[in-house]
Design a protein around this ligand. Structure first.
Ligand code: FNR
Length: 184
């Protein structure tokens, strides 16, 4: 049976570069793996009252089930103010509760950060790693993936253009798959 890798893009924007990178990853799944995008767009801001008073939004249930169904995770995050966008943090929070029932536990992960700027989302990349450590998601260390000039990576259809960055992303995916095999 195929191993399933969930891909989470940390942006809601329709033309999001992170969403386009996530879409590009779908074509890179090797034999024996299915890559699957897990949307975070419809998740209300986490409020513990939902869990404490049995009033859990249907979108939380779907999201938690979606994470439970995957074997590993690739996070494609942009950078907001040198950290991760709140929508991505919110998704992490939603999946981490109710207390003791986190759906993230022990699913091997990778962080692919990106930015139109030159730093490639370095700040977001490492803030995300801090959360993932606490959530007990082992995270691939090498290669580090900081994708710069994200606005230049796509053709007119929104697909990843052939070139160095696409090749680097494919290498990072292969490294993740190999690393996944040792850490799953
Ligand atoms: C940004 N952007 C940004 N870029 C960056 O490299 N470092 C940063 O700290 C920030 N901060 C930031 C804050 C906010 C509120 C916004 C809206 C944007 C620019 C950001 O990288 C750019 O908008 C990307 O296109 C966002 O990613 P998506 O939506 O294309 O995936």
């Amino acid at each position: 049976m195929s191993k399933i890798i969930g891909i989470i893009a940390g942006s809601l924007r329709k033309e999001s570069f992170s969403k386009k990178i996530a879409n590009g990853l779908l074509q890179m799944a090797p034999e024996g793996f299915e890559f699957r995008i897990i949307p975070i767009d419809e998740l209300p801001i986490y409020n513990q009252d939902f869990d404490d008073h049995q009033n859990v939004p249907a979108t939380y249930v779907t999201f938690r089930n979606n994470i439970q169904a995957v074997d590993g995770l690739i996070f494609v995050t942009p950078e907001y103010n040198r950290s991760i966008p709140s929508v991505l943090k919110n998704a992490l929070d939603v999946g981490s509760r109710p207390y003791g029932e986190s759906v993230w536990d022990r699913k091997p992960g990778a962080v692919f950060s990106n930015s139109p700027g030159n730093i490639g989302g370095f700040g977001a990349n490492h803030h995300l790693r801090q959360c993932l450590t606490f959530l007990n998601i082992p995270v691939m260390q090498q290669p580090e993936v900081y994708l710069q000039k994200s606005n230049e990576l796509f053709d007119e259809k929104g697909d990843l253009k052939e070139g160095d960055t696409k090749e680097f992303i494919a290498k990072a995916v292969n490294a993740y798959i190999e690393w996944f095999g040792k850490n799953a």
